[in-house]
Design a protein around this ligand. Structure first.
Ligand code: PHE
Ligand code: ZN
Length: 865
């Protein structure tokens, strides 16, 4: 809770730590309603810094004693969340004893209780809620940990590193000691004391190290761990193959917990995961869940090198580990699933999440210059734009040089806490490229626009492409633009300097011309292939040119992109028509295109499903000056209905052709068939007839897997038919004991376009299945509603008022999650004056809420400011 005006932290104010802590010995004694934490720190003055006092961070700690070199002292000052020791020796042993209350810790930061025991979350600043410490990532220490607890209630006692000893104590209690040989920042500290089952396995690295693997889950769920274990072993192998990086541990543990603010956490040797990214079985997890588990398991594993061995100097450098690790997990996902579709998903995500963020009140550079609450900066910009920035480096210098850059980065910085500059310097030095100008990608916010135009001179057989970039506050960026020229016959034209008929142009000035010689026919340029830079590309393509690219471009991403551009343009035109009280008209051209896509092979089904999925409302809204969400929604659905009516027979035939071939398997080809089949069912149900609803209900009832079952439910839940009610009731009856499936049930109702959605969501907040204290439930119901473009932005402001009240209630429980929910208001200024007035009132109500956390305050103040 705020007691004073929150302080802004600036990157420019960084100073190295005044004291270093070489070793930390922690002893945690779990008692029924508190835990006692004793920490012994080997402290040493940093010779490079002249500071008299040692300032330690602490939050909600009940201090029991402080001693220096074994002698109890009262020569300290307690500030608001600080403990200051003046006149300390240059080298000394500091011991503190505190009492904490994990059972009352609803923020899920620090040490907290969940259903089966106790868990920790220390990133970014949770360690200070466990013990007094210099809670910053550039203080790295060797940890040893001893845990004491009731043996029957909390049989698993885990921490980072290796188990060194354990034993029993009086009164049915036991203890265990762990030692982590690798120095680490305290944000990577973890302990678990719980009753869990474990799935064990092992992995032998190329150099012969045997790593013991363990996945710890709630008792009775071992049959839901196989996929995560396989993902872990795949990740370990991939990192050896791709980057020559081996696991440095004897023990690698993953612990799943049902109460977790984020996806997962890369604590050294003891990852703690949201159950959502561990547990899976064909009957309760969808294809998307299986794929996400692969990605998140890989992500946390990859952090062991990019994040843990080389960590961040300060939290402004967060993207150093997150952008790079997302890039690595994206490449892993592309290699083990479907590269084309993976890239499309990444760009969809960027446009739906990061572009709006970059255009709104929370816009910040990949390396922010300031923050109030660091937890507010675990954003799409840090993670996803950060990954795009790393990808652009690879595009500019090439894969081989990128790999050399990674090698050099580890050679130089293993064991250090560094900045984004060091990463880029390694890439520059290993490749010989000058990346000075490129660094601006880390320094300025906002999505750049690149304007392209082309002129063909038939007499000179020359094509001249002009590229211009919008000016950013830091000046021009270095933008890689991958280009090919597609001929009228659909074939790419070779040109000088091209490899596989394409090249990477470096746009570094505000405007540049690129000349292509010996071009015999007027080409259509395929620009920004594979989305080579996170920019908005403007090129005046005719509808014919887009249809040509959609049919022929050899870059699959740009084929998809051409379709999105064409559909997006038509939907925006129709939105305008509807706003003006007119009927939208749809060109016939689309019908042939869609019909062609439906005739795809099994191998291209996933790609066809992407082409047939129209751009989302939030993405389209970014292109409008003033958003009329009702008209936009109506226009998009009108196009879906038009296509469904024109191609009813084709959709039906495709739906039938793609019926399951045998027992479920989550491989990408069969997942692709299911994805396209679901798209067909969705279109067919736009023709609101009993027979298609019956088909959906049939699929719902007979599916042998959650993907097909949930797909049918999601289609039905878009309407309020009897079939819809029936399926929703049946789904809950079947799955009320599976929390992750209940999340799906909540989410699908909150995301429904039905007019009664808000009323239903309100009712669901009082349903026994909902729990404000559980982040997954909040994300499933409340954030899904906040992302429901047409219903959250209801003209009467009811959506805004509802969510504002929920944010206030949640803030008292878990400010981090409340703050994520508050982000749903980010784009409120894009709407008409009446909606803005409602949104402003809702934001003011949150802002004035007594005891508001600085987490939510920062978001709301920026939104209003
Ligand atoms: N570092 C985690 C990851 O990206 C995310 C996280 C941040 C988890 C803060 C918990 C708290 O893998
Ligand atoms: Zn991460």
């Amino acid at each position: 809770m705020t007691t004073s005006t929150p302080k802004t932290i600036y990157l420019a104010d960084y100073t190295p730590p005044a004291f270093l802590i070489d070793t930390v010995d922690v002893d945690i004694n779990f008692q029924p309603d508190y835990a006692e934490v004793t920490a012994h720190l080997a402290v040493r003055r940093n010779p490079a810094v002249a500071a008299a006092s040692l300032v330690l961070d602490g939050e909600e700690l009940e201090l029991l004693s402080v001693s220096i070199d074994g002698v109890v002292t009262d020569r300290y000052t307690l500030g608001e969340n600080t403990l200051v020791l003046s006149h300390v020796p240059d080298v000394f042993r500091l011991s503190t004893v505190v009492r904490i209350r994990p059972d009352l810790n609803t923020r899920l930061s620090g040490l907290y209780r969940s259903a089966n025991g106790y868990f920790t979350q220390c990133e970014a600043e949770g360690f200070r809620r466990i013990s007094w410490f210099t809670d910053r990532p550039d203080v790295m220490s060797r940890y040893s940990v001893t845990l004491h607890a009731d043996q029957a209630l909390l049989p698993c006692l885990l921490s980072n590193g290796n188990p060194v000893a354990s034993g029993v104590e009086a009164a049915g209690r036991h203890w265990a000691s762990w030692q982590d040989p690798h120095p680490k920042p305290c944000y990577l500290f973890a302990v678990v004391a719980a009753k869990l089952d474990v799935l064990r396995d092992s992995y032998r690295t190329t150099s012969g190290r045997e790593v013991q693997l363990g996945i710890y889950v709630e008792p009775g769920r071992l049959d839901q761990c196989d996929h995560a274990m396989a993902a872990l072993k795949k990740s370990m192998h991939w990192d050896e193959q791709t980057y020559g990086l081996e696991c440095d541990l004897d023990h690698y543990m993953i612990v799943a917990v049902g109460d977790f603010n984020m996806g997962a956490m890369e604590n050294k040797g003891l990852n703690i995961f949201n159950t959502k990214y561990v547990l899976a079985r064909a009957d309760i997890a969808t294809d998307l869940d299986f794929e996400n588990i692969d990605r998140v398991v890989a992500h946390e594993y990859f952090h062991n090198w990019t994040g843990n061995r080389v960590t961040c100097r300060d939290w402004f450098q967060l993207s150093l580990k997150e952008g790079l690790t997302v890039f690595r997990d994206q490449e892993f996902g592309a290699d083990v699933h479907n590269r084309q579709v993976a890239r499309i998903h990444e760009v969809r995500g960027l446009r739906a999440g990061q572009f709006p963020e970059d255009a709104g009140p929370m816009a910040h550079p990949v390396r922010p210059a300031s923050y109030i609450e660091i937890n507010n900066f675990y954003t799409a910009t840090i993670y996803n734009k950060g990954a795009e920035v790393v990808r652009m480096i690879q595009t500019l210098i090439g894969r081989a040089a990128f790999r050399r850059g990674m090698d050099l980065y580890f050679e130089r910085h293993d064991g250090q806490a560094v900045t984004c500059d060091e990463f880029v310097a390694a890439m520059a030095d290993a490749s010989g490229h000058d990346l000075t100008q490129f660094m601006r990608w880390y320094q300025q916010s906002g999505t750049p626009h690149v304007k392209a135009s082309g002129v063909y001179d038939p007499a000179a057989q020359r094509y001249v492409l002009t590229l211009a970039q919008s000016a950013g506050v830091c000046g021009n960026l270095l933008i890689p633009v991958t280009v090919a020229l597609i001929g009228p016959d659909g074939l790419p034209l070779p040109f000088e300097g091209s490899i596989d008929s394409q090249c990477v142009l470096s746009l570094s000035e505000s405007s540049q011309q690129f000349t292509f010689e010996n071009i015999a026919v007027p080409p259509i340029p395929s620009l920004l292939r594979d989305f080579s830079a996170p920019v908005v590309l403007e090129f005046d393509y005719s509808d014919e040119a887009l249809a040509h690219l959609l049919a022929h471009d050899t870059d699959p991403f740009n084929r998809w992109e051409a379709g999105q551009r064409l559909a997006g343009r038509l939907i925006l035109q129709a939105t305008e028509a509807i706003s003006a009280g007119l009927e939208p008209v749809w060109p016939e051209r689309l019908v042939a295109i869609v019909s062609g896509m439906l005739a795809c092979s099994d191998e291209t089904a996933a790609f066809a499903a992407e082409i047939l999925s129209l751009p989302g409302e939030a993405t389209l809204a970014e292109q409008l000056e003033v958003v009329d969400p009702d008209a936009l929604h109506a226009a998009r659905n009108s196009l879906r209905r038009y296509l469904a009516c024109q191609l009813e027979a084709e959709f039906r035939a495709c739906y039938e052709r793609l019926a399951p071939l045998g027992a479920y398997a989550p491989d990408s080809t069969s997942a692709g068939r299911r994805a396209l089949r679901t798209v067909c069912l969705g279109y067919l149900c736009e023709i609101d007839t009993v027979s298609y609803r019956a088909a959906a209900l049939q699929q719902f009832e007979h599916a042998d897997n959650m993907t097909d079952q949930f797909a049918a439910l999601a289609v039905l839940a878009q309407g309020s038919s009897d079939e819809s009610r029936l399926a929703l009731a049946e789904f809950y009856r079947r799955w009320h004991d599976e929390p992750l499936v209940v999340d799906k049930w909540l989410q699908v109702q909150a995301a429904s376009r039905c007019a009664e959605t808000l009323a239903r969501v309100e009712a669901l907040t009082r349903h026994p299945a909902f729990e404000l204290r559980n982040p997954n439930k909040v994300y499933a119901l409340l954030r899904a509603f906040g992302g429901n473009h047409v219903r959250f932005h209801a003209a009467d402001g009811s959506g805004y008022r509802f969510l504002a009240a929920q944010i206030c209630a949640l803030d008292a429980i878990n400010p981090q999650v409340a703050s994520r929910l508050a982000r749903c208001f980010d784009r409120w200024r894009k709407f008409d004056a009446a909606r803005q007035a409602h949104a402003r009132a809702a934001l003011n109500m949150i802002h004035d809420h007594a005891g508001l956390s600085r987490d939510v305050l920062e978001i709301v103040a920026r939104a209003l400011g």
